[in-house]
Design a protein around this ligand. Structure first.
Ligand code: GTP
Ligand code: MG
Length: 201
């Protein structure tokens, strides 16, 4: 098998493709992150935020936001010649929860984006991946004007398992977003290689 090796005999390497979800609360920067790293023009399903949605769509901190994701974002990034990630950004609004199970099918891992000004918005995503034992990392999208907290504080505030990596990022920055994705893959692989603990009932 050529997986994991560079091309031999001039033959192209068949890359391993992995599915990664990009989740988190409304307006936290999911679409921005997928767009920043994707090497293909990302598929977006943005709809204009309507006046009707104002009472439920909390725009505090992202007042400039005019659209929201209604189905998903899709992008692709080649991390190495033999490793390609397919990225699926989830919709942020609660009324689209019914799509999550479809999107989560076959996912290797997930990024939960968080904004320290409204950390509670990512509780639902953290909870979702914990329940399904999908490996995830928490990436704090550092908006200007948001207080900076040490990763330990975020870890404690979200009551995360100590093994869950927490990192800071700028969802608009390609290198930063890529680092987040590398962290998810490394975390998922490390977890897969660890012997499973016996299930507790
Ligand atoms: N200042 C700053 N603005 C950001 C950053 N990331 C995203 N934005 C802005 O924040 C707004 C929300 O970004 P989106 O990427 O649409 O957020 P989303 O999580 O996909 O939103 P939904 O799909 O509606 O849940 C947009 O206006 C972005 O331009 C960031 O790191 N810093
Ligand atoms: Mg979006």
């Amino acid at each position: 098998m050529a997986f994991g090796r560079s091309s031999r005999n001039g033959r192209p390497v068949e890359p391993v493709t992995l599915k990664i979800l990009v989740a988190g609360g409304f307006g936290v920067g999911k679409t921005t992150l997928v767009g920043a790293v994707s090497e293909i023009r990302p598929l977006r399903t943005e709809e204009r935020l309507s006046e009707a949605g104002r009472p439920v769509d909390d725009l505090a901190g992202v007042e400039a936001k005019t659209t929201t994701t209604v189905a998903m974002d899709f992008g692709r990034i080649t991390l190495r010649e033999d490793l390609v990630l397919y990225l699926f950004g989830t919709p942020g609004q609660d009324r689209f929860w019914f799509l999550w199970d479809e999107l989560a099918q076959g996912a290797l891992g997930a990024v939960v984006l968080a904004d320290t000004r409204r950390l509670e918005d990512c509780f639902a995503a953290v909870d979702y991946f914990e329940r399904r034992a999908i490996p995830f990392t928490v990436a704090v999208n550092c908006f200007e004007g948001a207080d900076k907290f040490p990763t330990e504080t975020v870890q404690a505030a979200l009551d995360l398992d100590p093994e869950v990596p927490v990192l800071m990022c700028d969802a608009r920055d390609r290198a930063s977003a890529r680092d987040v994705l590398v962290a998810v893959v490394e975390h998922a692989v490390a977890r897969a290689e660890r012997p499973r603990e016996p299930a507790t009932t």
